[in-house]
Write a protein that binds this ligand. Structure first.
Ligand code: HQG
Length: 179
């Protein structure tokens, strides 16, 4: 499979595992896992097509693990809009985190802070380069906001770090944002 085909498959896997599993006839468990075999059948792909996408994904979006029952299951590490309990433990964030977005959202974000939109959490990046990549998905000029995560943590906001290094929190009030 060439790179573009792998990106296309990664996007279909994200759609099935994060957003509309029912459309693919899939029923994730409470923690978001589905049998690898079921996902392959739903997407009409071979296991041999799936493995390199999981292993080579640029953001390590997927995790595969074998359950106590011997069944191999797959889930998205973050980014869901369906209800899932990822089972992440609260973690102490680095002093600063970053959020990349488009200029068009800036006034609204400055007024009301960062909201989680359709996902479970606001997604924050550990470094500017990652935030730039996230923000580049938006039309128009790229903006990278700095989040005073140290102050948020001090004030009792809870942070989680997904298995692929994305920092998650419920919301970021505007007073913790600069940039
Ligand atoms: C914006 C991708 C106006 C926010 C990425 C963002 C990431 C506001 C959008 C992950 C707002 C939500 C998450 C406010 C937030 N007013 N706009 N008050 N508060 N927004 O996609 O962080 O490729 O849910 O700036 O790489 O862009 O899918 O969040 O633009 O890691 O694995 O509302 O998704 O990863 O958009 O991206 P999203 P995001 P994957």
């Amino acid at each position: 499979m060439d790179h573009r085909a792998m990106v296309r498959l990664s996007k279909r896997m994200s759609l099935a595992l994060r957003h509309v599993p029912a459309r693919f006839g899939l029923v994730p468990d409470r923690a978001g896992w589905v049998p690898v075999e079921a996902l392959c059948a739903a997407l009409r792909i071979d296991r041999a097509d799936l493995d390199p996408v999981v292993a080579g994904d640029d953001k390590q979006r997927f995790a595969v693990q074998r359950g106590a029952d011997g069944v191999e299951r797959i889930r998205a590490n973050q980014g869901h809009s369906i209800p899932v309990e990822l089972g992440l433990a609260p973690a102490v964030p680095p002093a600063r985190l970053y959020h990349g977005t488009g200029r068009a959202a800036l006034d609204s974000i400055r007024a009301t802070g960062l909201h989680r939109a359709g996902r479970h959490h606001v997604h924050l990046s550990p470094d500017v380069a990652t935030a730039r990549r996230v923000g580049a998905r938006r039309a128009g000029e790229l903006v990278v906001l700095t989040v005073d995560a140290a102050a948020m943590a001090r004030d009792g906001h809870i942070f989680y770090c997904s298995a692929n290094g994305v920092w998650l929190t419920d919301a970021v009030p505007a007073r913790y944002l600069t940039g």
